[in-house]
Design a protein around this ligand. Structure first.
Ligand code: NZQ
Ligand code: ZN
Length: 397
């Protein structure tokens, strides 16, 4: 193992029925006013929201309910909620939902702790985050890993850039995550599949690196790949299979908690490539597509475009994850890519842009996507292979 600096302060409470502990968990923070952030109707419909409100109120807390976060959450909504939470005097921000709700809650928490600064300043990284309000999560979907990650992702619908991007800071770390797999039983199969693809990709983005020699990191990633493939397929088939849903849920957190990205080369940490995420976020920004589906849609195109940078890495992936026995690296690499495409299909995810959008993809579409992803030709992405505007265009095409 090479050097790393690992920090993960989130208390994870996991298991069937653990949702009932929400009151006692928040009580430990000695707060009275809790802003509860939610999405659409799913948490209300399942009875979770009423349960959370009851538990907090019975511990003597005041609750401000802030709803309406949409998938691919918006900066404008986070700003609006921040104003409300400030008026209320929130001392704690509780996210009840998935990545979109948690990410919005993270911005609200930053906004509440910095009442004199517009959260846009933090979103556009003109100001560094130096404080935040404590955040906790009751997770309802295994996917984004935001419950354990240090990032928060929003789409700018305020200034006209239409860019979807994240900010990364340890102030985005949840103090706790309640992970009750039973809460995910009500998910539509498409959302489960998209979550499974996202979890696979949080592992893949860190695995395809040129920083090698961190064996435990690799083995953990390969174990995670095998687990999410096995149980992801089962979960999509039967969303009330506790064993499958609980494995997927834990995979989701571990995939984005940083463990599969540890080990540096000199001063460069193995923090991942993240090209598919950047390519996918541009798709979500322009077409409002589901995050996980954008990743499966671009992965094979990306993999075939970059594999020759380090074909033996792709060959190892095929052998360790899928048990491919082919000894020729090039052939093994192609088999691993093909098996991954089959896996994405088996969880109901698209494997091309054409499939994702359900229509022909034009040169103009790909130009617009590459312009959005390259921030108007001002940046490159990726570290396994650095990709500029032209590369992005070719991968989308
Ligand atoms: O809004 P409601 O009604 O709650 O419905 C949601 C939403 O429509 C529904 N849902 C959630 N739990 C449910 C449920 N429906 C029925 N039963 C349940 N138990 O699922 C839909 C999707 O929710 P969302 O929160 O958008 O899902 P996900 O967790 O996949 O989050 C995606 C967002 O996270 C970002 C993505 O870019 C995307 O915006 N990411 C955040 C990351 C981070 N902060 O570390 C990393 C990821 O790579 C990702 O970028
Ligand atoms: Zn993701």
């Amino acid at each position: 193992m090479q050097k790393f600096n690992y920090y993960s302060p989130t208390r994870i409470v996991f298991g069937a029925g653990i949702r009932n502990d929400i009151g006692t968990l928040i009580k430990e923070f000695g707060v009275k006013k809790v802003a509860v952030i939610v999405g659409g109707n799913s948490a209300k419909k399942s009875g979770l929201l009423d349960l959370v409100e009851d538990k907090l109120k019975s511990e003597g807390m005041d609750v401000l309910l802030l709803g309406g976060v949409v998938p691919n959450p918006l900066l404008s909504k986070a700003k609006e909620m921040t104003k409300e939470a400030l008026k209320f005097g929130a001392e704690f921000v509780l996210a009840v939902g998935g990545g979109s709700v948690i990410d919005t809650a993270k911005f609200v928490a930053i906004g509440v702790a910095n009442p004199d600064t517009d959260i846009e300043e933090f979103f556009f990284q003109r100001k560094k985050v130096e404080k935040s309000t404590p955040i906790g999560t009751v997770l309802t979907i295994a996917a984004a890993g935001s419950e354990t990650s240090d990032s928060a992702v929003l789409t700018d619908d305020v200034t006209g850039t239409h860019i979807k991007k994240g900010i990364t800071t340890d102030y985005n770390r949840c103090r706790f995550a309640i992970m009750d797999p039973e809460l995910t039983y009500t998910l539509p199969k498409y959302q489960i599949g998209a979550g499974v693809a996202d979890i696979f990709m949080h592992t893949a983005e860190r695995y395809f690196t040129n920083i090698l020699g961190n064996h435990l990191t690799d083995e953990m990633a390969e174990g995670l790949f095998r687990d999410i493939i096995k149980f992801g397929v089962k979960a999509v088939k039967n969303p009330t299979d506790y064993e499958a849903m609980s494995e997927v849920m834990w995979c989701g957190s571990v995939s984005h908690i940083g463990l599969t990205g540890l080990g540096a080369k000199g001063d460069t940490p193995r923090d991942g490539d993240w090209s598919c995420h950047q390519l996918g976020m541009a798709i979500s920004a322009l077409f409002d597509s589901t995050h996980g589906a954008t990743l499966s849609a671009v992965w094979a195109s990306w993999a075939n475009y970059v594999k020759d940078e380090n074909i033996s890495r792709f060959a190892r992936f095929a052998r360790k994850v899928y048990g491919v026995v082919e000894t020729d690296d090039k052939k093994a690499a192609d088999m691993g890519i093909e098996r991954t495409v089959e896996f994405f299909k088996s969880v109901g995810m698209p494997v091309s842009l054409h499939e994702l959008l359900n229509r022909e993809v034009s040169e103009k579409d790909c130009e617009e996507l590459a312009i959005n992803c390259s921030y108007n030709k001002s940046r490159s992405i990726g570290s396994f292979k650095s990709l500029d505007y032209n590369d992005m265009y070719n991968i989308y095409m």
